[in-house]
Design a protein around this ligand. Structure first.
Ligand code: XIL
Length: 486
């Protein structure tokens, strides 16, 4: 294990992959505890957004507030069910991860990562270098150039290094330009000049060679002076050989004001050979929202989805929150609100249906009548199982099972069954609801891992007792269909 030094203390850097098993139980207890205590949320639709998105290799993401994940099971349920990508709303920002110099706090970021990983969600790391939500020790530190550079390097090294290999995209620098395309004044720009961006990109590449390196900003959705500034900067960076992989258009929009040249703008960035995503979509309405405003909002969501889906390099759309009542909008824009896909009662709004349809879902997925109005059976297909004994002692053992959906459609709920032939008895388990009747063991999805995209897999595990011999189960069935065993 690599050791890093902070102010004289040696702190083991947790290699997250290595400790995934250790944290899984704790994270599960937290999320599941919340999920079990509150009443189950209403189903948004039988085919969640993520299933349709996955079918076209598209990412549909949401910003997730960790406090809501932990304390609101209806929120956590929607987060898990509907989205195949996730961004931490606040918990990876500088003020959260390094509130004082060299003192790192990853409690929120780790909880977010655990949730995203348990739910097979692609993670956007947000954000490393930003003038906002920046602790005062950085902003008002009066550092020299070289000191500030090393403050920035230490921060990037610690944060991006901790999640190396686990974050698909890093928003390396956020909101670096003003509306007129000039550089925004910040402690980074004022002290280091414009090169702080290239430096931060290179530092992140070093800390996590696998992550894609992105810039991100608001009001760059259409073609304007600010998005031109990014267009020029990206070309400069490319000419200098600085790694740059993508640009995030935040898209904090006003109802009825989707820029008409959104798709053209996405296309011009894609034509530079980088990726594009809509990273923080919300569409705010003057409150109270009327029915016609909610219809307009649905059209706006649809327009944004269509623009991204139309361009090859546009990898996905992330909404900045899930339910209206937790959105940052009412706190930030006086008198405005209702900007998201679900209302305060966790019910899908017209905007949800618009996104669903843009992804290829039918508008009435939730009450399909193609089978006479009955419930659709969960789609099933070939499944693959790998079973292993992770640990064994004289009277018991820990078993691990990876279930892969080898079918061509997503699973919406699953039961895995197998038989123990040696009298083994499950004592407890994780990442599934475990039960045993005689020799037959059933593991059913929890509230948050029922949806498994085609090709996706779920890791589950258990402890069991045995009385001497511990033969492995010979066959497994998923939703009644037998699985291949590797
Ligand atoms: C917002 C969060 O949603 C709020 O909870 C927080 O108080 C302030 O920041 N652009 C960004 C996001 O890049 O990080 C911001 O998120 C919204 C604007």
């Amino acid at each position: 294990m690599r050791l890093v030094r902070h102010g004289g203390h040696e702190t083991p850097r947790r290699t997250r992959a290595g400790s995934a098993r250790r944290v899984a139980g704790a994270a599960l207890a937290t999320f599941l505890g919340a999920a079990v205590l509150a009443p189950a949320g209403p189903a948004a639709a039988d085919s969640p957004l993520r299933d349709h998105a996955a079918q076209q290799g598209f990412e549909i993401g949401a910003a997730l507030g960790v406090d809501h994940l932990q304390n609101d099971s209806q929120f956590a349920d929607l987060a898990a069910t509907e989205f195949n990508a996730a961004t931490a709303e606040n918990s990876m920002k500088w003020e959260s991860t390094e509130p004082s110099r060299g003192q790192f706090d990853f409690s929120g970021a780790d909880a977010f990562m655990d949730f995203a990983q348990q739910n097979n969600q692609k993670v956007r790391g947000h954000t490393l270098v930003w003038h906002s939500q920046l602790p005062s020790w950085v902003e008002n530190g009066n550092f020299s150039q070289s000191e500030l550079r090393s403050v920035m390097e230490d921060h990037i090294d610690e944060v991006a290094g901790r999640y190396a290999g686990e974050v698909a995209y890093w928003d390396v620098a956020n909101e670096i330009f003003e509306g007129d395309g000039s550089w925004r004044n910040s402690v980074f720009y004022d002290t280091l000049g414009p090169d702080f961006v290239a430096d931060a990109l290179r530092m992140t590449a070093e800390a996590d060679p696998n992550a894609e390196l992105w810039l991100n900003d608001y009001s760059i959705d259409g073609i304007n002076a600010k998005s031109d500034a990014y267009y020029n900067l990206i070309q400069d960076l490319q000419a200098q050989g600085v790694p740059i992989d993508g640009i995030g258009l935040q898209a904090h929009l006003i109802n009825g004001q989707v820029p008409g040249d959104l798709q053209q703008n996405i296309q011009r960035f894609a034509d530079l050979g980088i990726k594009v995503a809509i990273t923080e979509l919300d569409v705010r309405i003057d409150m109270p929202a009327s029915q016609s405003e909610l219809q307009q909002q649905a059209q706006d969501y649809r327009a944004v989805m269509d623009a991204c889906l139309a361009v090859n390099g546009c990898v996905g759309v992330t909404v900045w929150g899930i339910v209206d009542k937790y959105s940052w909008v009412p706190d930030t824009f006086e008198g405005e609100g209702a900007p998201l896909l679900f209302n305060d009662d966790y019910q899908p709004k017209p905007a949800y249906d618009a996104v669903h349809e843009a992804l290829g879902g039918s508008s009435d997925d939730d009450d399909d009548d193609d089978n006479g109005g009955g419930e659709d059976p969960p789609p099933t297909g070939p499944c693959e199982v790998s079973y292993s004994v992770a640990n064994e002692w004289n009277s018991g053992f820990t078993g691990q099972v990876t279930v892969t959906n080898g079918g061509s459609s997503a699973l919406n709920g699953w039961d895995l069954q197998f038989d123990f032939s040696g009298g083994q008895q499950i004592t407890n388990g994780w990442n599934a609801d475990w039960s045993q009747s005689g020799s037959t063991v059933t593991a059913s999805n929890t509230e948050w891992n029922g949806s498994v995209p085609a090709g996706g897999s779920v890791d589950i595990g258990f402890n069991a007792s045995h009385s001497g011999s511990n033969p492995e189960p010979g066959s497994f069935a998923l939703n009644g269909e037998s699985c291949s065993v590797s």
